[in-house]
Design a protein around this ligand. Structure first.
Ligand code: ATP
Ligand code: MG
Length: 260
């Protein structure tokens, strides 16, 4: 739950002003908004990677801002991140990248021992098999295509045993076909494991197709929160229109209401 969250960077850039967002367990949220409106900042705040200027973020009953050290790492171990740039170790094999998904869960030294354990190795192969890449396990990761690398990132997330997934433009650098395949895989995995997902997208067609709920950020606040069936192209376009400020579209609101 995100309550009254504000974030101003040290250089004075005010990005988030008063963000309120309640996400239920198992919900699939797609976060929309123009470049620079603060989507990545909000995800980083939810991951505890940014200090908040105001407000609070509670995940799984724990206030992210109050967690430090080991307890913050433990919380993060249950959060999977999928980024546009894949965030894999390019010069390691596909298999090693997936195996290292356990690092946060087991602690560094224990993980390094456990990576050798038969159970973890079998599990890593199982995760790779799930994303259709078992045959590429021994390849260097940076020799794979973008779509394949994003599948590796999804396999690593499966290895990590996550409950929540934050995906920041996961298909931005993929061609339309590879992008759709990755979205299919990501949301299949999310449904199979009943995960909660917050996914930032710029492609409105994909957003409408995959989201259970569309949330739009503008001017540092949530201005749209609708099921995809209620979000017409015109309504979605207001998120990207710099002229139209003050409009909010929330569930149960048929007509736009004007924020004060
Ligand atoms: N570390 C930082 N210090 C100062 N300003 C920052 C920092 N990180 C981001 N910003 C600024 O905060 C604003 C929001 O950035 P953010 O990356 O969250 O936007 P976004 O919605 O994810 O944009 P995009 O769609 O382009 O990815 C931008 O104006 C950006 O320049
Ligand atoms: Mg971003």
């Amino acid at each position: 739950m995100v309550s009254g969250v504000g974030k101003t960077y040290p250089d004075g850039t005010e990005v988030l002003r008063k963000v309120n967002l309640q996400i239920c367990s198992g919900e699939g949220v797609v976060l929309l908004g123009a470049n620079g409106c603060g989507k990545s900042t909000l995800l980083r705040c939810m991951l505890g990677l940014e200090t908040l200027t105001s407000g609070d973020i509670v995940l799984g009953g724990q206030s992210v801002q109050q967690l430090r050290g080991r307890s913050l790492r433990q919380l993060r171990a249950h959060i999977g991140s999928v980024f546009q740039q894949f965030n894999l170790v390019g010069n390691l094999s596909v298999f090693q990248n997936v195996l290292f998904g356990r690092l946060g869960n087991d602690g560094l030294l224990r993980s390094l021992n456990l990576t050798c354990s038969r159970i973890n190795r079998e599990r890593a192969m199982h995760c790779l098999d799930r994303v259709g890449l078992a045959h590429l396990a021994s390849k260097r990761t940076d020799s794979l295509s973008g779509g394949q690398q994003q599948r590796v990132a999804i396999a690593r997330m499966l290895m990590q045993d996550v409950k929540i997934v934050f995906a920041d433009e996961p298909v931005a650098s993929l061609d339309p076909k590879a992008g759709r395949e990755v979205m299919d895989l990501l949301f299949e995995v999310v449904h199979e494991h009943k995960l909660t997902v917050v996914c930032v997208l710029h492609q409105l067609e994909l957003a409408t197709e995959y989201a259970q709920r569309l949330v739009g950020l503008k001017g540092g606040e949530i201005v749209l929160d609708l099921p995809p069936g209620h979000a017409s192209p015109d309504i979605l376009a207001t998120l990207y229109d710099r002229e139209q400020d003050g409009m909010t579209y929330m569930t149960g609101t048929e007509e736009p209401c004007y924020a004060s």
